[in-house]
Design a binder for this molecule. Structure first.
Ligand code: SAH
Ligand code: SF4
Ligand code: F3S
Length: 441
């Protein structure tokens, strides 16, 4: 059978980037990528468990895969990512889908080549879930998102927000050395990548785990080091920023770096100080609003985007209204909005005052409607403006090229030339929802 792999990724950028690492490993082993699971000899699921529906999706897809695997026993099915790393999850997965050949945890990503070779010589399911933070810089990578590229700067999370599973499945914070990050960014820019996104669960705590050690510094030092050492025509972004760790020094570093986009993703989660405290977010509503002021002092044009949730245990109408107020006051350029989902093993899941699903539904619907209006209002301000987009893709449905401006706004335009990977200037002629449309000039 030809060596072909199919990877299905769920969840965040962290996982998308890890899939690029897996792909690099597999291509080195002689595998070729395929877009259809039915033509693959190796099928990998890189899973997410941030909310219940993320897990249900994985279970659904694995169920649908069963007949194919039964008819093609030689096909190897592997499941990795955050879901498998949860306590007891690998066993549950193995019980439900005994046909899965390899189950590997988030700390075993770079072991995958070895696991695959081991599996070739045995029949039984191979389960490898370790708690130790192993090597994560598996190279070569097979990047899949030109002209954008992700660069990990810090792994894991120490924050233990009471609703969140991530610290349990991604381990403690581990920062990479400044030079290693700078060199990776430099080589990406030399290779023609035009947008580099620095990744971490909380980029603002970069370096905290290696304070005083040679070769490390804080996130502002890292931004400055990239600015000094990597010159060129590219954009620099980062995500996510925990508000508690956003310092004036960092905002200054971002404002002074001419490659840094004036765009910051600053998850609010809730606008109620009471709820924030119960979430263990370590900031109040006022602290959050002060951070927004700080950003706008140095970058008045900065687009601030956010993550927010409704239905956290004990959330009253008053708490919810406070979130709605902050959203309106900050005037977020866009927002990811979620219904709280209890995650087994987290403190919030053990609370007895869980919110009724119907109430959460009402709350999220109203929130989404208001934010959609706000997002559309932001788009409206673009009408007639000249905007620079980094062209990322061709949209088959619209038959138009698509790109983003420095604030992350999606823009569409027509041209007969392939513009992917180039900065393109357009005059905005129309706006719809979160998107802008224009003519190339
Ligand atoms: N590290 C990032 C967030 C990663 S998870 C940060 O702190 O900003 C992305 C988002 O998912 C979170 O910001 C939060 O809004 C949401 N989320 C996390 N756990 C959740 C849960 N149990 N239920 C619903 N949404 C959740
Ligand atoms: Fe989860 Fe909080 Fe860590 Fe973000 S900062 S990953 S929300 S625990
Ligand atoms: Fe990301 Fe989901 Fe894991 S959001 S870190 S893939 S739980």
């Amino acid at each position: 059978m030809e060596k072909k792999y199919f990877i299905q990724v769920y969840g965040c950028q962290m996982n998308l980037h890890e899939a690029e690492k897996l792909a690099g490993m597999l291509e080195k082993m002689g595998y070729q990528k395929t877009q259809e699971p039915e033509s693959a000899s190796l099928i990998i699921y890189v899973t997410c468990c941030i909310r219940e529906n993320a897990e249900q999706k994985v279970y659904g897809h694995l169920g649908a895969l069963k007949p194919y695997k039964m008819a093609n026993r030689e096909v190897i099915v592997a499941v990795g990512g955050c879901m498998t790393q949860q306590s007891g999850a690998a066993e549950k997965l193995h019980k439900t889908f005994p046909f899965v050949d390899i189950i590997f945890g988030t700390h075993n990503l770079c072991d995958f080549e070895r696991l695959l070779k081991e599996k070739e010589n045995r029949k039984k399911t191979l389960i490898e879930i370790t708690e130790v933070n192993s090597e994560r810089e598996c190279i070569p990578m097979k990047r899949d998102s030109y002209p954008n590229a992700w660069v990990n700067i810090i792994y894991g999370c120490n924050n233990f927000c009471t609703y969140c599973i991530v610290p349990y499945v991604r381990g403690r914070e581990r920062s990479r050395k400044i030079d290693d990050v700078v060199n990776e960014v430099k080589s990406l820019v030399n290779d023609g990548y035009k947008e580099i996104t620095l990744l971490g669960q909380n980029v603002n705590s970069y370096g905290n785990d290696a304070k005083g050690q040679e070769g490390y510094g804080d996130f502002a030092d890292l931004i400055n080091a990239i600015g000094e050492n990597v010159k060129g025509d590219y954009r620099l972004r980062f995500m996510s920023s925990h508000p508690k760790d956003l310092t004036e020094r960092l905002v200054q570093a971002v404002a002074n770096n001419k490659n840094c986009c004036h765009s910051i993703h600053l998850p609010l989660q809730s606008g109620s100080t009471k709820v924030l405290k119960e979430m263990n977010r370590k900031y109040s509503r006022e602290d959050y609003e002060a951070k927004v002021e700080l950003i706008r002092k140095y970058m008045p044009d900065c687009a601030i985007t956010t993550d927010v949730m409704v239905g956290f245990p004990g959330e009253t109408d008053e708490d919810y209204n406070q979130t709605m107020e902050v959203m309106e006051k900050v005037n977020f350029a866009s927002a990811f909005m979620f219904v709280y989902s209890p995650r087994e093993g987290t403190p919030a899941a053990r609370r007895v005052d869980q919110i009724d699903g119907e109430i959460s539904k009402q709350r999220i619907m109203k929130m989404v409607a208001e934010q959609n209006d706000r997002t559309a209002r932001h788009s409206k301000t673009y009408e007639g403006k000249i905007v620079t987009l980094l062209c990322e893709d061709f949209d088959d449905k619209k038959q138009m090229y698509m790109g983003r401006d420095e604030y992350g706004r999606m823009g569409y335009f027509e041209t007969t030339e392939n513009k992917i990977g180039q900065f393109v200037t357009i005059k905005v002629t129309k706006t719809v929802g979160i998107s802008i449309y224009g003519e190339m000039i």
